[in-house]
Design a protein around this ligand. Structure first.
Ligand code: CTP
Ligand SMILES: C[C@](O)(CO)[C@H](O)COP(=O)(O)O
Length: 408
């Protein structure tokens, strides 16, 4: 058995009213499994197996125990299953009550977010241990948000740069979580809100688009598609029949360089974002080297040429055009050619802008436009070369794409 001091409480006791299925949401089929089963696989994929507490509807505790035992036994993971309460908060509270004494770090996770990658659990647990206080994954808010009155009339537009959409797993030192649960008043929709309410600090780390919550039928449909894609990939790689028709992914590389503009008033657009206060890049379009490098990597992988060949270098229709325009069209052309994007990794080389504070925002925006995970990293060249002298920016992208039937 594991001797971890980390526990994950998986809350699965909700009824799933908004999903509108006869069975509670965690027991709804997902692929050849259930929502709960898929969520547990993600937890059990952590690099160090945690202690597991599953909180199930009162009448489904034994069914949940069988689902957990089938997996946790093989993984030598110690676990408990307890009955939940009327609200999520009550269910979490009952999960906390089932923690063994040795546990020091607690992650609370919604079973309703079954496709959360295991690495998110690892990162949240590591961050809680390193910082000694609460850590929750969040994504930047992409839509414009309005405050609305009871009549449905807009009262104000909220500054979304101050907002983040909360996901789970939400991690806390055990002592902080227990303290907050023993002191908090009223009902809170997540554990961070409850811990905040007693004045304890919580940090946000980047969430993951795959950690979306299954709330309404469209979410379940999206999860089913992702699970089916995962199963197809696994079958292609692991089964003898699949080996004969294995789908070979393709990779492509793209590099783009733009000089900083002479005019200090030129706005900077990079990674799809506007960077107020930073000098812009020169170019026929908006000079977004990150978006352009990604386009080249995608086009190269698909054998569709490059961004210059596709959009020209002086077409007046693209004068000042934002990177999103080129990216969206590139992805569309790939789809027409029978490819879908697996993932993209792009590195920015330059002194400015400092990417780290807005990395999550850039990744979320690019991920949305590309329709697949986009990771963004940044580095400097220790003062060497044109990037080191602060004369411009380089971006280097690698894209992995998957051919559809007939393309392999
Ligand atoms: N009494 C409750 C309510 C919710 N949850 C869990 O909290 C997570 C987030 O809740 P939500 O997605 O809102 O689930 P439901 O309450 O089931 O959905 P609905 O509000 O549509 O009924 C889910 O994993 C759910 O199982 C729980 O354990 N106990
Ligand atoms: C915990 C949570 O998933 C964070 O986003 C969310 O608050 C719970 O969902 P609900 O729909 O508010 O119950």
């Amino acid at each position: 058995m594991n001797d971890s001091t980390v526990a994950v409480i998986v809350v699965a006791a909700g009824s799933g009213t908004r999903l509108g299925r006869p069975e509670p949401k965690a027991f709804v089929p997902l692929g050849d499994d259930t929502v709960l089963g898929v969520a547990l696989d993600a937890v059990l994929g952590m690099s160090d197996a945690p202690y597991l507490v599953v909180v199930a509807p009162d009448e489904r505790v034994e069914e949940a125990r069988a689902i957990v035992a089938a997996r946790a036994g093989g993984a030598s993971v110690a676990f408990d299953v307890v009955a939940g309460g009327e609200t999520r908060q009550e269910s979490v509270s009952r999960g906390i009550g089932a923690l063994p004494h040795v546990i020091e770090t607690v992650l609370v996770h919604d079973a309703a977010r079954p496709l959360t990658p295991s690495i998110v659990f690892d990162e949240v647990a590591a961050a809680v241990r390193a910082r000694g206080h609460g850590v929750v994954p969040g994504l930047p808010v992409i839509d414009t948000i309005k405050r609305v009155d009871a009549r449905g009339r807009i009262v104000a537009t909220v500054d979304r740069s101050e907002l983040a959409a909360m996901q789970t797993p939400q991690g806390f030192p055990r002592s902080a979580l227990e303290h907050a649960y023993s002191r908090a008043h009223g009902e809170h929709t997540d554990d961070a809100a409850l811990v905040e309410s007693v004045g304890m600090p919580i940090d946000i780390v980047p969430g993951d688009a795959r950690a979306f919550k299954i709330t309404v039928p469209a979410d379940l449909h999206r999860a089913e598609q992702l699970v089916a894609e995962r199963a197809d990939t696994a079958a292609a790689i692991t089964t003898p029949a699949g080996a004969a028709s294995v789908v070979v992914p393709r990779v492509g590389t793209g590099i783009d360089v733009h000089a900083f503009a002479d005019d200090a008033g030129t706005p900077l657009w990079l990674a799809g974002l506007n960077w107020p206060g930073e000098r812009g890049l020169s170019g026929h379009s908006d000079g977004d080297a990150v978006a352009h490098a990604i386009c080249d990597a995608l086009l190269a992988a698909a054998g569709l040429g490059d961004i210059g060949g596709m959009f020209g270098t002086a077409d007046p229709r693209f004068s000042g055009a934002h990177g999103e325009v080129f990216l969206a069209e590139t992805v569309r052309r790939l789809a027409d050619a029978g490819f879908r994007v697996g993932n993209v990794s792009v590195q920015v080389v330059g002194n400015r802008p400092k990417l780290a504070p807005r990395r999550a925002e850039a990744e979320a925006l690019l991920t949305r436009v590309v329709g697949a995970p986009v990771g963004v990293t940044a580095t400097t060249t220790d003062g060497l070369g044109f990037t080191g002298r602060g004369e411009g920016v380089t971006a280097i992208a690698t894209a992995l794409i998957v051919p559809g039937p007939g393309q392999a």
